[in-house]
Design a protein around this ligand. Sequence first.
Ligand SMILES: Cc1cccc(-c2n[nH]cc2-c2ccc(F)c(-c3ccc(S(=O)(=O)CCO)cc3)c2)n1
Length: 235
Amino acid sequence: SSSHKLYEEINAVVAEHIKYSGFTIDDGVWEAIHEEGEMKVYRREMEEDGMIVDPLKAVHCVKGITGHELCHYFWDVSVRMEWEGTLESTNTVEVVSDDTVITHQTHKRVWPTTQRDAVFWSHIRHIAGNDENSPDMWMVCNYSTDHDKAQPSKCVRVKMNVAMVCETMVTPRADGKPSTREDLTCRVQYAAYVNPGGWAPPSVLRAVYKREYPKFLKRFTQYVTNATADKPIMF
Ligand SMILES: Cc1cccc(-c2n[nH]cc2-c2ccc(F)c(-c3ccc(S(=O)(=O)CCO)cc3)c2)n1
């Protein structure tokens, strides 16, 4: 229930991501690392006590799906193994409410670094827009947390703060008929801050980020497109 002690942190993290979701990338510090069609991926080089923690931002435009659908599949742990290529295992350690779960997941090892795992709350939220300068958004935040049911493991635990923020554009039909998927466009903003939690060679980490984020965004958005193609639209 929303009285759960986590909600103070959840509300603060959500507010922070909403504040930065209108971000500008022309402030010179964001370096484009990948552009493919509508997908543009940026990073800024940042270190924290000698470790690479390069924040990442990506924007994408996906035809034929809604922000609600994209966030639903990003939040739904039961389908994560189908689209998250580097995932080795996932375990839901607590269901906080119908919009928040705490998950412990391990990722495949990236040579030569130690295998990583993550324990985080994952919260899905619809922010109803009331006018054009506060648009209607769906978002999912994945934020590291501790949990006594998360087994200690051989992995190095990452600290992460990830947000998927979506807006849906619906092109009105001339014939006034109900919208179809051709009339939908989902504008996606993905922000990820992953502290690897233990030392890893900077060159290896930067290469992994540069390779893995675009791959993940492409594979995940393709997954949602396929999963929703023959289903009624979830607005
Ligand atoms: C997409 C991506 C970017 C950068 C690195 C890698 C990667 N390659 N091999 C291991 C990992 C790895 C290690 C630890 C992690 F926490 C995540 C991680 C990445 C994304 C997210 S999420 O919240 O965006 C999606 C849910 O899994 C969570 C954890 C990924 N994958």
